[in-house]
Design a protein around this ligand. Structure first.
Ligand SMILES: Nc1ncnc2c1ncn2[C@@H]1O[C@H](COP(=O)(O)OP(=O)(O)OP(=O)(O)O)[C@@H](O)[C@H]1O
Length: 931
C-alpha cells in the first residue's frame, strides 16, 4: 500500500493529498514539487535565470557575447549580454567589475531614446549578465560594409551625426558630465528605420589590448582624441573629436587609423561641402582648445549645413543607396522639419525595392500588432514615432493645445489622502503634491541627481560639519510675501517639533546638531543654535556628523519650506487653507475640494513656469474605478496600477513601468528566540522560493530579490550573494533544512516539538495578493522546514505603533513590512536600518545577546565610517561589503522590489515617473499637452 503524502496549498496553507491538483479549501491550483524545480541543465542552454529564452546570438565583442532572447515573464524581446569570467585574468576581473557596474548604473539611470535601457542583471558562478533593450539593427560599421563603396550618403551621415549630437548633449549635460569616450562606428547601432543607439558604456573596453580595432583603456585607436593617449583629462571635446572621426569615416571612407600612415591605401577621394570639411577639420583638431566648445555648437553647425546644402549637391555627390522605408501611416508626433515643403528627393516616397517592401510591411505590422505593442512598452517615456520615423532633419514639435486646454487630470487614491503638511506627509501621492507646491533648498531631478532649488549655491567647511547655503535673490511665497533664510530655518526647526507626530524629520534631519534633543523636547528650538541666518539670503546649518549624504536628506518633503504666517493664523489646520498662500514650488493651490485638489501655476515661482495651466487630483476609492475614468478620458494619469490589473493594460501603448527603490521584506527580531541564531534565520530565508511568489501570486509584476540596497540605487551590488552563498532567489530547501538542524543543535533544541513557537505579525490588508503571499510563505516554511508558523493580523496603526516602539518590538518576532527610499543613497538602506541606535533598527541588529552580536557591532562601526567617508567610490564599496554581511545574517529577509505601473494619455508629453515614484519638480516646465 502506498501512503499519500501531504501537499500544502501555497495560497491558503490547507493540507491536501499529493495527487490533488486543486486545493480542497480555497480552490486554487496546487503547486507540485516540479513547480519549484530549477530549470534542467538542458534548459539552461536556452533558458537563463529561469525566464530568458535565448533566440539567437547577435553579436560578439571582446569579452561579451550578446544574445537576442525572449523574457518569458514580460514577453518582450531583450538583448542579453554575457561576460564569461573564466576567460579573464585576475586584474581583468577587477576592471570588469567596475565597468559592469558602470554599464548597469548608466543603463538604469540614464534615459534617452538613443540609449538602450538596462532592465536587469544577474549572474552565475561563471558569467555575468546584463538584460537590456533589444536593438533590432546593426552597428554602423556592419551597415557601411554593405553599402556601395562602403560609404553613407551625406544626408544619412548628417542625420546620424545629429542624432549622436542629441544623445551626447544629453550625456554632457548630466552633473557631472558623462563623457562617452568611445564614439566609433562599432559602438553606434542603427535600426532599419534609421534610429541610432549608442551601445557599450565601456564594459569591455579595457579588455582587448593588442588588437588594432579593439577598444583599449583610453578609447579606440584612431577614433579616440589625442588627449586620451596622454595624461590630460578627457572632456566633452574628446567626444567631439571622436564624432568628427566617425562622421569622416562614414562619409569619406577615410579610416582614422590610416590617416597618418604612409602606406594607407589610396581611396577615390570624396568631396564634402566646404562648410562640412571645415567643421570636420575643426572637430579633429589635435589641440582640444581649437575644437568647437560644445556639442551644441557642433549640432548647430551640422543643422545649418544640413539645411543649406543644396539637393543638387546631395544627389550628385552621394553614393546611390536604397531609400529608407516610407514614413509610418499616421501623423507622427515628431515630423521632419522639412515635412511641410519637402524638396529633398531622397526623402520622398519612391517605388521600393522588393526587400525594402518586406521591411516596410514588417514595420507597419509591428506597429499594429500586439508584438508592436509589447515592443512599445519598453520605451516608457518616449512617443512611438520618435523610434520609428525616418527623420531626415532636426525634429520640430507639433502644435500644443492652447493654454486653457493645458490641463492634467490625475487620479488620486482616497485611502492614502492625508493633510498636506510637508513635515508629516507619508504617502507618495501626498509627497508628489508637496513637491509641486513647496520647494526646499535642493531637490532631485528625474535621474535622481541633486539640483538647486531655493538655494542657488552652497559650501561646506573644511571639516564637513558646517554647511552654508546661499538663497536665490527675491524669493517669494505664492501670496507675494518674501521668502528668506528665516523661513527656511523656521521650516526645518518646525519639522523636528515633537508635537508633529509621525513626521520623517526625526530621522531625515537627525544629523542637524541638537536634532535629537529638539525631537525629545529637551530644547525648544535649534534656531540660533545649529540653524543660523546671518542675513536674509544665507542659511547656515551645523551638523553633529559630517555625513557625506547630507544634501540627499534635504530633498525630503520635511525639509521643504512652509509659511509661518499661515501656520500662526490657522495652527495645524493650516492645511485646510493652502489656497491662501504658503506655496513656493512651481504650482500653488486654487480653492478646490477634499475630493478634488486643484493646482495652478505659482506666479511667484523663481524657476521656469509650467506650461500646464491646471492640474486636478480627483479622489477615487480604488484603482479599478480610477482606471474606468481614465478609459472614458475623465483622468489622464493613473499611478500605482495594482498587479491584478496589469494583464488588462500592459499591452497598451500608454502603459508604463518604472522600477522603484522600494522593497518588501520580512523582519526578524534578534531579541526573540529562535531568531538570535543566524543559521535558523538563514533556514527561514532559504525555505522561501521568491520566484514562485512573484510568478504565482504577483503575476510576475515584482522583482524577486536578495538585496537590501535595491537595484537602481548607485550602490546596488550586482555581485551580491544571498544567505549562505546561495545566489538564486528561488531558495534552497535542502540547505534550509540542513541549516535549521545545525541551528537547532547550536541552540540545544532537541526536537521539532521543542522548537520555539513563531508568530508572523502583519497589518490587515484588503489586498488579496498580500494575504496570499503570507499564506504561501507560511506553506513554504511548513513544507520545507516542517514548522507551523502562526499568523497575527492587526490594524495598520496598531501594527506600525508596535513595530516602531522598540519595547513592543521585543514582543514581535517576525513581521512583514516594506521600505521606500527617502533618497537614493545606500545609507538609507543600511545605516538607517541597522546602525547602532538607528531609527529603523527595530530588529535590535547589533544590540542583542546573540553570538553574532560582536560581529554585528563591527558592521555597525563600518557603516558609521562609510557615512562620513567623502570618497564616493570608497563609500560605495564599504556599504556593499556591509550589505553582504547583513544579507548573509538575514538582517532582513527581502522578498521583492516593486515597479510603479502607470497609464498616461499619449497627448501628455514629458511626464516621467522616477525611481521614487515621483515626477521631479524641474520636469513640470517641460510637461505639456498636444492634440
Ligand atoms: N542592445 C543590443 N541589442 C542588439 N544587439 C546588440 C546590443 N548590444 C550589443 N549588440 C550587438 O553585440 C555586439 C557586441 O556588443 P558590445 O559592443 O556591447 O560588446 P563588447 O564586448 O562590450 O564590445 P567591445 O569589445 O567592442 O567593447 C555589438 O557589436 C552588436 O552587434
Amino acid at each position: 500500500m502506498k501512503f499519500m503524502n501531504v501537499l500544502y496549498c501555497a495560497i491558503c496553507g490547507a493540507a491536501n493529498t499529493e495527487t490533488d491538483t486543486i486545493c480542497f479549501a480555497c480552490g486554487n491550483a496546487l503547486l507540485h514539487s516540479q513547480d519549484f524545480d530549477e530549470p534542467t541543465q538542458m534548459q539552461t542552454i536556452t533558458i537563463l535565470e529561469g525566464r530568458y529564452r535565448l533566440i539567437d546570438r547577435v553579436g560578439k565583442g571582446g569579452f561579451a557575447t550578446v544574445y537576442k532572447a525572449e523574457d518569458l515573464h514580460t514577453k518582450r524581446i531583450v538583448a542579453i549580454k554575457e561576460i564569461t569570467l573564466k576567460k579573464l585574468k585576475p586584474q581583468e576581473i577587477i576592471d570588469a567589475t567596475d565597468t559592469y557596474h558602470r554599464e548597469i548604473r548608466f543603463g538604469t539611470l540614464l534615459k534617452h531614446p538613443s540609449l538602450p535601457e538596462v532592465y536587469a542583471n544577474f549572474m552565475d558562478p561563471e558569467h555575468w549578465y546584463i538584460v537590456a533593450e533589444f536593438i533590432d539593427g546593426q552597428t554602423l560599421e556592419d551597415y557601411r560594409q554593405q553599402l556601395p563603396a562602403g560609404l553613407l550618403s551625406l544626408q544619412e551621415g548628417l542625420s546620424i551625426a545629429l542624432q549622436v549630437c542629441d544623445v551626447l548633449s544629453y550625456l554632457h549635460s548630466r552633473q557631472p558630465p558623462i563623457i562617452f569616450r568611445d564614439i566609433k562606428p562599432d559602438n553606434i547601432m542603427r535600426t532599419r528605420t534609421g534610429h541610432i543607439y549608442l551601445i557599450d558604456f565601456g564594459i569591455a573596453r579595457q579588455f582587448r589590448p593588442g588588437q588594432r580595432r579593439d577598444t583599449q583603456t583610453l578609447g579606440s585607436p584612431g577614433y579616440a582624441a589625442p588627449e586620451q593617449y596622454g595624461s590630460a583629462q578627457t572632456t566633452e571635446r574628446s567626444d567631439i573629436y571622436s564624432l568628427g572621426a566617425t562622421l569622416q569615416a562614414l562619409l569619406t571612407g577615410q579610416d582614422p587609423l590610416d590617416a597618418d600612415v604612409a602606406t594607407a591605401p589610396t581611396k577615390k577621394p570624396v568631396t564634402l561641402p566646404a562648410e562640412l570639411s571645415a567643421l570636420l577639420a575643426n572637430m579633429l583638431a589635435k589641440d582640444p582648445a581649437q575644437r568647437p566648445t560644445s556639442i551644441t555648437e557642433v549640432k548647430r553647425r551640422l543643422e545649418k549645413i544640413s539645411s543649406t546644402v543644396g539637393d543638387t549637391w546631395l544627389t550628385a555627390q552621394s553614393p546611390v543607396i536604397p531609400p529608407p522605408p516610407p514614413p509610418p501611416p499616421s501623423t507622427p508626433y515628431y515630423v521632419p522639419s522639412n515635412a511641410a515643403n519637402v524638396k529633398n528627393p531622397a526623402s520622398q516616397p519612391k517605388k521600393l525595392p522588393a526587400w525594402l517592401k518586406v521591411v516596410a510591411i514588417a514595420t507597419i505590422l509591428l506597429l499594429v500588432t500586439g508584438f508592436g505593442n509589447v515592443a512599445l512598452s519598453t520605451f516608457p517615456h518616449f512617443s512611438l514615432w520618435q523610434h520609428v520615423e525616418i527623420n531626415t532633419g532636426p525634429p520640430v514639435m507639433l502644435d500644443r493645445v492652447p493654454a486653457d486646454q493645458q490641463v492634467l487630470n490625475i487620479a488620486m487614491n482616497s485611502a492614502t489622502q492625508e493633510p498636506l503638511d510637508p513635515a508629516t506627509v507619508q504617502y507618495t501621492q501626498s509627497m508628489q503634491i508637496v513637491s509641486m507646491t513647496s520647494a526646499g533648498l535642493v531637490s532631485f531631478n528625474d535621474r535622481m541627481e541633486i539640483v538647486p532649488q531655493l538655494a542657488q549655491s552652497w559650501e561646506t567647511s573644511s571639516d564637513g560639519y558646517t554647511w552654508t547655503f546661499h538663497l536665490r535673490p527675491n524669493l517669494k511665497f505664492s501670496d507675494g510675501a518674501s521668502l528668506t533664510a528665516t523661513d527656511v530655518a523656521y521650516s526645518l526647526d518646525r519639522a523636528l517639533d515633537p508635537a508633529l507626530k509621525y513626521g520623517t524629520a526625526p530621522y531625515n534631519l537627525q544629523y542637524i546638531q541638537g536634532a535629537d534633543q529638539r525631537v525629545s523636547g529637551k530644547i525648544k528650538t535649534l534656531i540660533g543654535q545649529s540653524i543660523l541666518t546671518p542675513d536674509d539670503n544665507t542659511l547656515v546649518i551645523k551638523l553633529s556628523k559630517n555625513i557625506a549624504y547630507f544634501l540627499d536628506t534635504l530633498t525630503c518633503p520635511c525639509a521643504s519650506v512652509v509659511e509661518k504666517s499661515l501656520i500662526d493664523k490657522y495652527s495645524q489646520s493650516f492645511t485646510d487653507h493652502l489656497s491662501e498662500g504658503g506655496s513656493s514650488g512651481p504650482f500653488e493651490f486654487s480653492p478646490g475640494t477634499k475630493q478634488k485638489i486643484e493646482l495652478v501655476p505659482n506666479p511667484f515661482y523663481y524657476g521656469s513656469k509650467p506650461t500646464l495651466t491646471k492640474i486636478s487630483f480627483t479622489s477615487y476609492v480604488d484603482t479599478n474605478t480610477a482606471y474606468d475614468s481614465y478609459r472614458v478620458a475623465q483622468v489622464d494619469f493613473v499611478d500605482n496600477i495594482p498587479a491584478s490589473m496589469i494583464d488588462k493594460v500592459d499591452q497598451n501603448t500608454d502603459f508604463h513601468q518604472s522600477l522603484q527603490l522600494s522593497t518588501t521584506y520580512y523582519a526578524m527580531n534578534y531579541l526573540t528566540k529562535p531568531f538570535d541564531n543566524i543559521k535558523i534565520r538563514q533556514a527561514f530565508a532559504l525555505a522561501i522560493n521568491k520566484d514562485l511568489i512573484s510568478q504565482k501570486i504577483r503575476n510576475n509584476t515584482v522583482l524577486p530579490t536578495n538585496h537590501i540596497i535595491p537595484q537602481g540605487d548607485p550602490s546596488a551590488n550586482t555581485s551580491l550573494s544571498g544567505p549562505a552563498g546561495v545566489t538564486t532567489t528561488a531558495g534552497d530547501p535542502v540547505l534550509a533544512k540542513k541549516l535549521l538542524q545545525e541551528g537547532m543543535q547550536e541552540e540545544g533544541i532537541s526536537s521539532m516539538q521543542a522548537f520555539p513557537s513563531v508568530t508572523l505579525t502583519y497589518y490587515k490588508s484588503s489586498s488579496v495578493a498580500v494575504q496570499n503571499e503570507i499564506t504561501a510563505m507560511q506553506a513554504m516554511w511548513k513544507t520545507n522546514l516542517g514548522l507551523n508558523i502562526k499568523l497575527q493580523a492587526m490594524p495598520a496603526s496598531t501594527f506600525y505603533n508596535k513595530v516602531s516602539n522598540s519595547n513592543d518590538a521585543r514582543n514581535i518576532q517576525m513581521w512583514r513590512i516594506g521600505w521606500i527610499a527617502d533618497y537614493p543613497d545606500a545609507s538609507d538602506w543600511t545605516t538607517l536600518q541597522f546602525g547602532q541606535g538607528a531609527a529603523q533598527n527595530t530588529y535590535a541588529y547589533g544590540q542583542n545577546q546573540s553570538k553574532a552580536a560582536a560581529h554585528q557591532q563591527e558592521i555597525q562601526r563600518s557603516l558609521a565610517r562609510a557615512d562620513v567617508t567623502q570618497n564616493q567610490a570608497q563609500r560605495i564599496s564599504m556599504y556593499r561589503n556591509a550589505e553582504q554581511d547583513l544579507v548573509n545574517d538575514v538582517a532582513w529577509l527581502p522578498l521583492y522590489q516593486s515597479y510603479d505601473y502607470y497609464v498616461v494619455k499619449a497627448k501628455l508629453h514629458g511626464l516621467n515617473v522616477n525611481a521614487m515614484g515621483m515626477i521631479a519638480p524641474e520636469d513640470w516646465s517641460s510637461i505639456y499637452v498636444t492634440q
